[in-house]
Design a binder for this molecule. Structure first.
Ligand code: ATP
Length: 143
């Protein structure tokens, strides 16, 4: 039987002196991505997204709106083929301090919307293009 996995995460943003900053991570596989992680039993998917953002990046956020859901398949050494769904939200940073959880991710930083889009184009997963594009569009930025 194919293993099924549910994760949730977010396009996290903050507004500082009227300027918008977008959070991107470098995942443990060396790719540019978004903070996310696996859903735990008894948790809502929104709770998963906020918990994982806090655990992986140190930022306390609040959900603004859903963005979209992506799906992909990968090979797990134990489970074999895994069909995965990731639910992404637009999340506003409300507190905390930026600090990568190095067991889970390689780094986390803030970028201008333009730089975030450039990084995503250069080193991101292609299925995250639509997530970042939609999130930026919700923030009034077209790329
Ligand atoms: P999490 O607990 O955050 O869901 P994980 O490390 O258990 O993360 P993934 O991040 O899904 O799992 O990584 C598993 C495999 O899938 C890796 O080979 C990774 O490079 C790949 N992968 C990660 N994100 C994507 C994506 N958006 N599209 C396609 N493949 C991806």
């Amino acid at each position: 039987m194919t293993h099924k996995e549910f994760s949730a995460g977010g396009v996290v943003f903050k507004k500082e002196n009227g300027e918008l900053h977008i959070q991107l991570i470098l995942d443990r596989y060396g790719k540019v991505s978004l903070a996310k992680g696996k859903m735990e039993l008894g948790e809502t998917i929104e709770k998963t997204a906020l918990r994982e953002i806090e655990e992986e990046t140190g930022i306390l956020g609040s959900i603004v709106s859903p963005v979209d859901i992506i799906a992909y398949t990968y090979q797990n050494p134990v489970h074999g083929e895994v069909n995965k769904e990731v639910h992404y939200y637009l999340v506003e940073a409300k507190g905390g301090h930026l600090k990568p959880q190095i067991e889970e991710i390689n780094e986390v930083s803030w970028y201008t919307p333009k730089d975030a889009w450039r990084r995503q184009q250069q080193s991101g997963y292609r299925n995250n293009d639509i997530i970042l594009r939609k999130a930026l569009s919700l923030l009034g930025i077209s790329v």
